[in-house]
Design a binder for this molecule. Structure first.
Ligand SMILES: [Zn+2]
Length: 263
């Protein structure tokens, strides 16, 4: 049966041994306190210097295995998180991508090797989480060939079928009250401030009955192709997100300019 009230799924991004130890600890305490079964978006071989925040944690892979055993869903978060391609993604929310526009043979190599590295750590990735929402039709072709059937992205508020994969939508980066539908809240542990974690804790406390997992969301759903109305709503939602981000970037550069002028 499809639940009437909104359901919320948590996703933690950019996980790798050098994730901020302190910030990740705050996220872990939320996962334990609320017995969350989130998506853990793990980078198999992180080479992104921006994500080398703490010295490599020797316990990291043990922690991931323990969370998998506690029913977290393991996500393949790209390969090395080096977003050097400027090609347009099927989910065009950001400009740079690790995968979109990269030749299919290289994508195949990266995804195959990423899966192998996670398997070597005892982790079975079942969902694709593209760095910066960046992927193309070739990525989806490779994922299908590698046996990955799920993808965490898209803005339609229910699991849906597109290009031969089941999409679990991901639309929020902070808790927002919604009347119905499935909403994934994406948290970046490296960047999550104390105030953001506190907000999330308050939200989780008051919505504890509405927190779901990938398995439960799929059990509740009958994923099919989106309707025309859903596709129009998705395009509008994408436009709103891009506009809000552009506005934020503009405000940031104006602030910097003013600070420079007045310093
Ligand atoms: Zn990322």
């Amino acid at each position: 049966m499809i639940p009437q009230s909104a359901q919320y799924l948590l996703r933690f991004d950019d996980l790798c041994p050098t994730v901020s130890r302190e910030r990740w600890q705050h996220c872990r305490s939320l996962i334990e306190e609320f017995r969350l079964q989130p998506i853990l978006a793990i980078i198999p071989d992180n080479q992104d210097p921006e994500l080398q925040v703490s010295p490599p944690n020797p316990q990291f892979w043990d922690e991931m295995r323990a969370m998998q055993a506690a029913k977290a869903t393991i996500g393949l978060h790209g390969y090395r998180h080096l977003c050097a391609s400027g090609s347009r993604s099927l989910v065009p929310l950001q400009d740079a991508s690790e995968f979109a526009g990269v030749p299919v043979e290289i994508q195949r190599l990266w995804i195959h090797e990423g899966m192998r590295m996670l398997r070597e750590q005892g982790l079975n990735a079942s969902i694709w989480v593209a760095p910066r929402h960046g992927f193309d039709a070739n990525t989806l072709r490779v994922l299908r060939a590698e046996g990955i059937k799920l993808l965490s992205d898209g803005l339609i508020p229910r699991p849906f079928l597109r290009d031969g994969l089941i999409w679990i939508p991901q639309q929020l980066w902070a808790p927002v009250e919604k009347p119905s539908g499935l909403w994934t809240i994406c948290v970046h542990p490296n960047a999550a401030s104390d105030a953001q974690i506190a907000d999330l804790r308050v939200f989780l406390r008051s919505h504890v009955q509405q927190i779901t997992s990938v398995d439960r969301a799929l059990a509740d759903a009958l994923p099919n192709e989106p309707s025309i109305v859903e596709r129009i709503d998705e395009t509008l939602a994408s436009w709103r997100i891009r506009t809000a981000r552009a506005k934020k970037r503009l405000q940031g550069s104006v602030r910097k300019h003013v600070a420079y002028q007045t310093s």
